[in-house]
Design a protein around this ligand. Structure first.
Ligand code: GLN
Length: 494
């Protein structure tokens, strides 16, 4: 039998169903792996072994009675941006360092309803702002992958969901929740050689997820296979009256869609994504992806998304604007950290100065600036108008194609000390991912190849709003063709 930590989520579910392994055994194997490897890679901020074992015992009891649900006994990591009742939720920030929510986010609650086991809370960039998981107040996360011949170099796992992606890649969880405001599911998935999907805006409830930029934030899963992501999303998604932007439409059988194939599908190849200076390896991988889909019977169609070049600047106005407004609530009065001051204003200032890290402060400054009287029309309003054009580009593309294929990231994982002194170089990581958030459409990253040093590279599939099924079908076809079996250097011992 496959080692418990090496199983896919689907494989573990089948083994649990056949009683070949118990939920307690599966959970203990993961807790042991976390104990051995987490001190090094720092993928979890908080672990919850007692809770996990209690949930696993309950899962075994349910399975024994034939009352198993979609995720009964499946050990998961929960990004520490999802409020978990009774378990500390930090958002990677000092300001929430001791915050224990009295309520559960809808998405994590849906996973619990379906029988999942929570191993702990995964590390992330502070308030999900970043592309490297180096802005966390709880320390950086180490990517379990190593460049060949440079085993001593500390590579980032991507961000902001770096802890979720590293935990899954290193076999410290069978899957994890993540969130994506501009790429934070897809970019870390690509950097860690796993799959991850940002569903359509509104597919998953945002209730109980610490807000970054509310019109862009969306929850989704990361896992080692596309099918595992489909299974997780099936549980996470669904209408929630507690989130006014949650969509009241049925959740289809995403896992079934993985087997559909791509015959007859029209796949768009957007001209504007062939950036100047795109590394040859990434361009070659993209071409390979096209060839795989063509061989499976898809039709490739060149398309134009003419406003693509404005997406990053638009994102870096809209996201900080919404963040500056959302983060106003951390004032030392209602949540988490309080630094006493001489008067109320002094208390606010001391609390926020002590509680927020550098990147979060930078975003608040940008956001406050673009929303201020005199600049609002020039920046924020203009960005909203450009956002509408970016969305229109996609709306027009759907007349010609069923899905779109692009690279997931413009590079493989980089070193912890690279790009740190230049915020703009860091923001370029999101060049292929932010468009999906601005347009509200689903995007899936799937591992498809390796660079010359053996690091994983991902492709991205974008789809029509609420058509994650086609995205899963295309992603699965790429996954099958790529046959990606390489393993990270750091992982749980089998
Ligand atoms: N890297 C992007 C940013 O820093 C996206 C983050 C995210 O998707 N949460 O804003």
């Amino acid at each position: 039998m496959t080692a418990p930590t090496d199983m896919t989520l689907a494989g573990a579910r089948a083994a649990l169903g056949r009683r070949e392994i118990s939920a307690v055994e599966l959970t203990r194997a993961h807790l042991g792996a976390i104990e051995a490897l987490n001190p090094r890679i720092n993928a979890y901020i908080t672990t919850t072994p007692e809770l996990a074992l209690a949930q696993a015992e309950a899962a075994d009891a349910a399975l024994a009675k034939g009352e198993g649900r979609a995720l009964t006994g499946i050990p998961l990591a929960i990004k520490d941006l999802f409020c978990t009742a009774g378990t500390r939720t930090t958002a990677g920030s000092r300001i929430l360092g001791s915050f224990v929510p009295p309520y559960e986010s809808t998405v994590s609650g849906n996973l619990l309803r379906d029988g999942a086991v929570f191993l702990g809370k995964a590390n992330l960039d502070e308030f999900a702002m970043g592309s490297s998981n180096t802005t966390s107040a709880f320390g950086a996360v180490e990517n379990p992958w190593k460049r060949q011949g440079e085993e001593e170099t500390f590579l980032v796992p991507g961000g902001s969901s770096g802890g979720s992606a590293a935990a899954v890649a290193a076999r410290l969880a069978l899957g994890a929740t993540a969130t994506d405001t501009g790429g934070s599911i897809r970019q870390p998935a690509a950097f860690c050689g796993i799959a991850g999907i940002k569903p359509t805006y509104g597919r998953c409830s945002r209730f109980g997820i610490v807000a970054f930029a509310s019109s862009l934030d969306q929850a989704g899963p990361v896992a080692r296979t596309v099918e595992d992501c489909a299974i997780l999303l099936g549980s996470m998604a669904g209408f929630d009256p507690k989130d006014s932007t949650s969509a009241d439409i049925p959740v289809p059988d995403f896992a079934a869609a993985c087997a559909r194939g791509v015959k007859g599908l029209r796949i768009g190849i957007p001209r504007e994504y062939r950036l100047d200076g795109l590394p040859a390896e990434i361009a070659a991988l993209w071409d390979q992806g096209m060839a795989w889909l063509k061989a499976e019977g898809a039709e490739l169609v060149e398309i134009s998304l003419p406003h693509t070049k404005h997406a990053l600047p638009t994102y870096y106005i809209v996201a900080p604007a919404e963040a500056s407004s959302n983060l106003a609530r951390y004032d030392g009065v209602r949540f988490g950290l309080r630094e006493n001051g001489e008067d109320l204003k002094d208390l606010y200032e001391r609390t926020r100065a002590a509680g927020f890290g550098e990147e979060v402060r930078r975003r608040i400054l940008i956001g406050t600036y673009v929303l201020s009287a005199g600049y609002y029309d020039a920046y924020y309003l203009k960005a909203q108008q450009v956002r509408a054009l970016i969305k229109r580009d996609f709306d027009q593309a759907w007349d010609k194609v069923d899905a779109i294929l692009t690279p997931a990231t413009p590079s493989a994982a980089f070193g912890r000390d690279e790009k740190q002194d230049d915020p703009v170089a860091m923001y370029l990581n999101d060049v292929f991912t932010v468009t999906a958030n601005l347009a509200g459409i689903p995007g899936l990253a799937v591992p498809a190849g390796q660079d010359a040093k053996g690091l994983p590279l991902g492709l991205q599939i974008l789809g029509k709003p609420f058509d994650e099924e086609t995205v899963f079908a295309v992603g699965s076809a790429i996954e099958r063709a790529a046959g990606f079996t390489a393993l990270p250097a750091l992982r749980a011992a089998a």
